[in-house]
Design a protein around this ligand. Sequence first.
Ligand SMILES: NC(=O)c1ccc[n+]([C@@H]2O[C@H](COP(=O)([O-])OP(=O)(O)OC[C@H]3O[C@@H](n4cnc5c(N)ncnc54)[C@H](OP(=O)(O)O)[C@@H]3O)[C@@H](O)[C@H]2O)c1
Length: 345
Amino acid sequence: MRAVTIAPQAGRGKLALIQAIRPAPAAGEVLVQVASAGVNRADLLQRAGHYPPPPGAPPWPGLEISGTVIVAGHGVSSPRVGDEVVALLEGGGYAEYAVARAAQTLPVPDGVGLVDAAALPEAVCTAWTNLVDTARLRPGEWVLVQGGSGGVGSIAVQLAKALGAHVVATAGGPERVAHVRALGADVVVDHHASDVVAAVREATGGRGVDVVLDVLGGGGLADNVRALAPDGRLVVIGLQQGRRGELDLAAVLATRATVTGTLLRSRTPAEKAAIVAAVREHVWPMVADGRVRPVVHARLPLADADDALTSLERGEVFGKVLLVTGAPAASSGATDAPSAQGWDA
Ligand SMILES: NC(=O)c1ccc[n+]([C@@H]2O[C@H](COP(=O)([O-])OP(=O)(O)OC[C@H]3O[C@@H](n4cnc5c(N)ncnc54)[C@H](OP(=O)(O)O)[C@@H]3O)[C@@H](O)[C@H]2O)c1
């Protein structure tokens, strides 16, 4: 099969297509003929040699895929051969075939094409587990989504609205602000032009937000704590502005703030399976009725993986970039991402 991996002949830290051995599913796993793979920031780290895949995972990147099950391993009763699924992987999605744990697959949701469905698993599982399991976001609360234009953020904005929360989101530049507003955010702040904490205070009548979902890390810590309402919860999921920051403990004491963080990739298979099951029960109906939609910036051939990652690295992507293998779909093919007008390739 064809797969995309770090190829020394392509230059340091560059990705290239190679011929690889098709993997075989073990007990509890399925082999998926990949239709498309979502591109994530973790893949950038892996391309740079900083994020080796866990033991047993293929050396090529790819944390999420959509495709058709062609082999079911021992003991797997669902999904079945021929089913169209999405899957959360430990790695190895940038390929024509990938092995997935059956418990980390979900059916392609109603109303979403097979190709575009690959934009969902990583972002939806991350947004769900952090907003609901970790932050305990409740209807009527306010949430600040830092990076509402990103792969995770564009889903988190829609999910938080569907959960009945009020949403403030950030984006960089007027065009990206407009597109995040189209996803349903109540207030969108251009972080290049405006003070995010001031905008949060204005939106919430001076109270602050109950939850911050943060992709910035160290560089965003001070402002994120300042943005919290009493009993607020800051959940850090990204470290785009570094792993260290200064925490004002007086503010934590005064507001009874919780500062925490999570990482999906290092969760145990049982924890991932529980998140996937909760997503299937609670979020998949929201996807099927259109409240939460994949946001697809571009669909590129697998051979263009290196360009796709570079585009993500440069901050040019709104939502997700997908790598498409060209595998035939049993059903409808690609679906447009309706609420991200202008961003659909
Ligand atoms: N913990 C986990 O389990 C988990 C899972 C998935 C992803 N992640 C991490 O979460 C982060 C986001 O992932 P992603 O897939 O959404 O990445 P992405 O698609 O590249 O999005 C990055 C986002 O960061 C925003 N951003 C950059 N600088 C900013 C600033 N100064 N202020 C506010 N926003 C800023 C960008 O907004 P503009 O370009 O519009 O400014 C963009 O929306 C990454 O670090 C990723 O590794 C963590």
